[in-house]
Write a protein that binds this ligand. Structure first.
Ligand code: SF4
Length: 570
């Protein structure tokens, strides 16, 4: 059997160096290794090299699948690629009727949606939860016709699979993967050549090792339930830790010379995380590319500084994910959080160790559009973060169907409404260019494969859409060096006078400017939003098309900094 995995991940344009980041999803390597270990006749399967990035249309991808004589197609489904993956599955089954399609990933709801296969009849199996055993059993079944014996714990031959039986969903039970042998052997070290070849395939598409971020799993699962999050598809709060030889794994990634990140939800929760991180740091050679940049620190530990200082020293972003710092919104989104004073202690340690570069690299991330958030709570958040020298990065709530926030009662309670957004996400060479009009932009977004469709928050009891754009613009404007200088001046004056710094006036003004621009931009899009029923948060200005609402500085003919200079008579 010839097996192919398509991740169809986005090319992330971070706006930093290097411009584009290709994340390598480790799931395929893990499932392949599991089948080698536990499958009935693993030597009979041919695992083709995976594809990680969505650079081709669905039809082009299917043409390749036909050329490669693929028998079993594996599709990883996330919020950014669900439609594309389903289109690939449909075209593949039309052209290869005897082929089989397995889908997996956090975006799937087959285990709780009896109509799933009526909507997606071209899918044969949907895997939910841990995918290793489920996929291995499917492969065995397809190649031998036998389902194997029921396990003692679940009394079922299969787990974590929804099977398409003549259009009806047969849901096999959920079970966490318990397999000490599997968890103790490194899927990376036993497949070095396959992984190297997989990376070479990315490089053949014009990327280099400097564009690659390899995601490495040290622990799987999260013990919390933030309402916007779909970690583990919200099937369990248990966490499983791999026990493999992490030192040798890190040395392998050092030899591959790629950057790595963790796939863990709470890195730093365990003492060993610090050891892993410190060892990775010791392997870093400034003349080479290997480094470990940590993204998800432990929510209730006070050790984020250990990793974020490292991120800063290695040239990465120093991103503190607060999501909010005000009590009511945190409670409404079920977000575990340190108190603001405890956060300040962590920030102080980072600032102390990073010195001046902290002002350039420090960012505070906030969720945007969550229940109980309002312009008023955002102003408080901005005041706190800006006073600490952090830029603000608001992250508009995207609806994930397996998150607690997808519960309609929850949405009703807080008056939450979502609307489809089409976001341009791709290499600049794929930018459709300047549309003739806003209407033309909306038409293009529907048909151009480089626009990703997501359901994003539109309004709540406490925020209208114009408020949401206002906060996005205000966050973007916190990059302004003049704004920062102004805040520093207020801060220094207050310290000299033994007062607490009060930047309320600056924040009020920032929000006024942002609200003015948000209203303007929304008015331009209003007709198209009503006509098409979705939003394309993109701006056309001076013969350029920009994605997102946040390039507003480029759209103010005089420039935001000029406004600031005038206001503060600089
Ligand atoms: S946002 Fe982070 S802490 Fe919250 S549930 Fe998701 S993974 Fe866990």
């Amino acid at each position: 059997m010839r097996i192919k995995f398509l991740a169809n991940g986005p090319i992330n344009n971070l706006g930093t160096k290097p411009d584009y980041v290709v994340y390598v999803n480790p799931a395929y390597f893990m499932m392949k290794y599991y089948h080698t270990l536990r499958g009935k006749k693993p030597w009979k399967e041919k695992w083709l090299l995976p594809e990680f990035i969505a650079t081709r249309t669905a039809q082009e991808q299917v043409d390749s699948l036909v050329r490669d004589r693929v028998d079993l197609l594996l599709l990883a489904c996330f919020v950014w690629n669900m439609d594309l993956q389903m289109e690939v599955a449909k075209l593949y089954r039309e052209q290869v009727p005897q082929g089989r399609v397995v889908v997996g990933g956090p975006q799937l709801t087959a285990h709780k949606d009896p109509q799933f296969f009526e909507k997606h009849p071209y899918v044969d199996y949907a895997v939910y939860g841990d995918g290793e055993k489920a996929l291995s059993d499917i492969i065995d079944y397809l190649s031998t016709g036998s389902r194997g014996r029921p396990s003692r714990s679940t009394r079922s031959p299969w787990v974590n699979t929804v099977e398409n039986v003549n259009g009806k969903a047969h849901v096999w039970p959920f079970a966490m993967l318990k397999d000490d042998w599997y968890w103790s052997v490194s899927p990376y070290l036993v497949q070095k050549k396959f992984i190297r070849d997989s990376l070479e395939k990315i490089y053949e598409e014009g990327f280099t090792n400097k564009h690659v971020v390899f995601a490495v799993e040290f622990a799987r699962g999260c013990m919390y339930n933030c309402t916007y999050c779909d970690w583990s598809q919200n099937l369990t709060n248990k966490v499983t830790r791999r026990k493999a030889e992490w030192k040798l794994e890190l040395e392998f990634f050092r030899d591959l010379d790629v950057q790595i990140r963790e796939t863990d939800a709470n890195f730093g929760q365990w003492k060993q995380d610090i050891e892993i991180y410190d060892y990775a740091r010791s392997l870093h050679n400034p003349k080479r590319n290997f480094k470990f940049i940590v993204s998800n620190t432990a929510k209730l530990k006070r050790n984020a500084d250990h990793f974020l200082v490292g991120n800063g020293e290695l040239g990465g972003q120093v991103m503190l994910s607060f999501e909010d710092t005000e009590e009511e919104p945190l409670k409404a989104m079920h977000r575990p959080s340190l108190s603001w004073e405890q956060h300040q202690e962590v920030i102080a340690k980072i600032r102390h160790r990073l010195g001046a570069i902290f002002n350039r690299l420090g960012v505070g991330e906030l969720m945007l559009g969550m229940p109980k958030q309002s312009i008023k709570t955002f102003k408080e958040n901005f005041k706190k973060l800006l006073t600490e020298g952090l830029r603000v990065y608001p992250n508009q709530w995207t609806l994930l169907p397996n998150s607690p926030g997808a519960d309609l009662n929850y949405q009703k309670k807080y008056g939450v409404e979502f609307k489809e957004h089409y976001l341009f996400q791709g290499h600049n060479s794929k930018n459709p260019g300047v549309p003739d009009s806003i209407d033309d932009l909306y038409k293009t977004a529907q048909t151009n494969p480089h626009f990703i469709k997501q359901s994003m928050v539109w309004k709540t009891n406490d925020m209208e859409y114009v408020d949401i754009i206002t906060v996005l613009i205000a966050g973007s404007l916190t990059k302004s060096s003049i704004l920062k200088e102004q805040i520093i001046k207020i801060y220094d004056t207050a310290v000299n006078n033994h007062n607490d710094p009060d930047i309320s006036a600056v924040v009020d003004w920032l929000f006024d400017v942002s609200a003015k621009n948000a209203k303007l931009k929304l008015a331009e899009h209003k007709e198209a939003i009503e006509k098409y029923g979705f939003v394309v948060p993109a701006l056309i200005y001076r013969n350029m098309l920009y994605g997102g609402w946040t390039k507003i500085m480029n759209f103010n003919p005089q420039g935001f900094d000029k406004d600031l200079q005038a206001k503060y008579k600089i």
